[in-house]
Design a protein around this ligand. Structure first.
Ligand SMILES: [Mg+2]
Length: 324
């Protein structure tokens, strides 16, 4: 899109669906595995091993606010949250489809920015945009579907954790929730935390690294570490105990906690939307860059679940606690 004054004033209704699609797919290059990309009725591509598919939607007012995040950031986040689900299976990202619903009076420049963000994060994640759909909608809605490939490895499920395994994490924890707490109080800082809320820093490649190292179960942290490890505990029928002293309390999280009178460990253990990875490994198999934070034990007749230092977490928690 030329960035002339008149183009800034143009709306989605002015350029129409085909204008939007042409902008989103402009100059896309297809890797050898993609025989047919955007422009036909369906995409055609080769998969090495099994195909692994996941979908996530972002809805304005529920998952993002246009006054808090730029179009570029929202486009990046829509891809990042999906790519994190492929990482959490330990598979290799391959292709993605994007569904975009936008009001007709939206500036076309904003949609251009979303497309820029979608494409930038797709490059970072190793995904190729091969198709999608656009429609008019009352609220901005993005629906991304990603497909990955197993390349001969078994995907890492949530159900494989066994007593004696260790729990380890990779990526940021608590940053996005701290950023949301800051934004919710009208602040734009600490910048690093606010930026994490706008676009999660997914540890790309770490999911495959964990799979190669023999991870027995894995998940991406979307709802908060305790809540998401709870899904592993349930699916694996085990108990998981976290050691509170194993967690770093990053400066931006400490700053927000101090300003809001909250416990920084609460952000780290229960803050959502960072899309870090949490996994269980046989003892001694934790790969480089992962931080060991706890252990897996039998349920011994109790319900599966997650404890911190041997007790139920009684601090602040749950990502809903931090909802705007
Ligand atoms: Mg997930």
């Amino acid at each position: 899109m030329p960035s002339t004054t008149s183009s800034h004033a143009r709306t989605v209704a002015d350029v129409g669906e085909f204008g939007i699609i042409a902008d989103i797919v402009r100059d896309l290059s297809m890797p050898p595995a993609v025989a047919t990309g955007p422009g036909d009725d369906s995409a055609v591509f080769l998969v090495n091993g099994s195909a692994v598919m996941s979908t996530d939607m972002l809805v304005e007012g529920v998952h993002f606010r246009r006054d808090w995040s730029s179009g570029t950031e929202i486009g990046r986040k829509a891809v990042a949250v999906n790519a994190a689900d492929l990482e959490a299976m330990g598979v290799t990202p391959l292709v993605m489809n994007v569904g975009l619903g936008v009001p007709g009076d939206l500036p076309v420049q904003w949609v251009h920015d979303v497309a820029t963000g979608l494409r930038a994060e797709a490059d970072a994640a190793g995904l190729t945009l091969v198709g999608g759909d656009t429609t008019s909608a009352r609220d901005v809605t993005l629906c991304v579907t990603v497909i990955g490939q197993t390349e001969g490895r078994e995907p890492v499920p949530r159900s494989g954790a066994r007593a004696g395994d260790v729990v380890a994490c990779r990526g940021r924890l608590g940053w996005a929730a701290a950023g949301l707490a800051a934004l919710g109080r009208g602040f734009r800082s600490p910048r690093a935390a606010v930026d994490s809320q706008r676009v999660p820093l997914v540890p790309y490649g770490a999911g495959r690294q964990a799979a190669r190292a023999g991870a027995t179960a894995m998940i991406d942290v979307s709802d908060g570490l305790i809540a998401d490890l709870g899904h592993i505990a349930d699916a694996s029928d085990v108990r998981i105990d976290l050691r509170s002293d194993a967690f770093e309390l990053p400066d931006p999280v400490r700053a927000v906690a101090a300003a809001t009178g909250k416990d920084p460990l609460g952000f780290v253990l229960t803050g959502g939307e960072d899309h870090a990875l949490a996994a269980t490994f046989p003892a001694g198999a934790v790969p480089d860059g992962w931080v060991e934070v706890g252990a897996v034990a039998e349920t011994d007749g109790t319900a599966p679940g997650v404890t911190v230092d041997g007790a139920a977490w009684s601090g602040e928690g749950g990502w809903e606690h931090f909802r705007a």
